[in-house]
Design a protein around this ligand. Structure first.
Ligand SMILES: CC(C)(COP(=O)(O)OP(=O)(O)OC[C@H]1O[C@@H](n2cnc3c(N)ncnc32)[C@H](O)[C@@H]1OP(=O)(O)O)[C@@H](O)C(=O)NCCC(=O)NCCS
Length: 207
């Protein structure tokens, strides 16, 4: 069961900046996003979906869709990056992350709408995730990608990740980064403050 209330999470939107300075809103996914989220995944190219989920799917299977929407359950979260396009709040990127308290790590995966790739959105999103990771008490953050996904490999390298073999699957490579940022240096201070107060209320949650 989720230990977070949607009303609380709603306060934690951030603004990402694209390479040319444009603003992108980053917020937790909400139940009202169900159709738009499916539309986002259906609209990705086959290749992007394959790279995101390591297999051929045309949309999120029902079970996975409900996991994506169940924010905070088992310390797993989905954020969506949105932009107003023709007056409609449109999802142009998403990321899913899980905090593993036992190893003090944050695991994540992400994608950017093909029409919005190469604008620096994933770079900004990963910076933001680094802040969220620090706020949750993670010491490392990591993700897995297909070895053949040169784009993600290049992006991870540029973002300061190092590569290690995946423990179970030779087709995947794991990219890992030690978290050294002070969360106040990147724009998710509101999240950090909220998390500190949550920890004070629930001291055992990240112990
Ligand atoms: C990987 C992905 C998230 C990158 O998103 P993005 O917003 O385009 O990335 P950025 O604009 O921040 O790019 C940063 C760097 O990534 C690399 N990169 C991005 N697109 C690339 C491409 N098409 N070819 C080669 N390198 C690329 C480059 O090094 C780039 O820096 P540069 O533009 O200065 O050369 C996006 O391509 C995507 O959604 N792919 C499908 C899903 C996926 O592969 N997810 C990763 C596994 S979980």
């Amino acid at each position: 069961m989720s230990s977070y209330r949607l009303e609380d999470l709603r306060q934690h939107a951030d603004t990402l900046r694209t390479r040319d300075g444009g603003a992108v809103n980053l917020r937790f996914v909400e139940p009202r996003d169900t159709d738009e989220l499916q539309h986002y995944f259906r609209s990705l190219t086959t290749r992007s979906r394959y790279n995101r989920f390591f297999g051929a799917i045309s949309e999120l299977p029902k079970g996975l869709l409900s996991e994506f929407l169940d924010i905070g359950a088992r310390e797993r979260f989905t954020v969506v990056a949105t932009k107003l396009i023709d007056g409609f709040e449109t999802i142009i990127a998403e990321a899913r992350y899980a905090f593993h308290a036992e190893t003090a790590t944050l695991e994540f995966g992400l994608s950017v709408d093909d029409r919005w790739q190469r604008h620096g959105i994933a770079t900004a999103l990963m910076k933001n995730l680094e802040c969220r990771a620090a706020a949750l008490g993670a010491e490392h953050m990591f993700g897995d990608t297909l070895r053949s996904n040169e784009t993600m490999v290049s992006l991870a390298r540029k973002s300061g990740f190092v590569f290690v073999n995946h423990p179970d699957d030779w087709k995947l490579v794991r990219f890992d980064k030690e978290i050294q940022v002070a969360p106040q240096d990147i724009p998710c201070a509101s999240w950090r403050l909220a998390d500190l107060s949550r920890q004070a209320e629930r001291p055992s949650a990240s112990a």
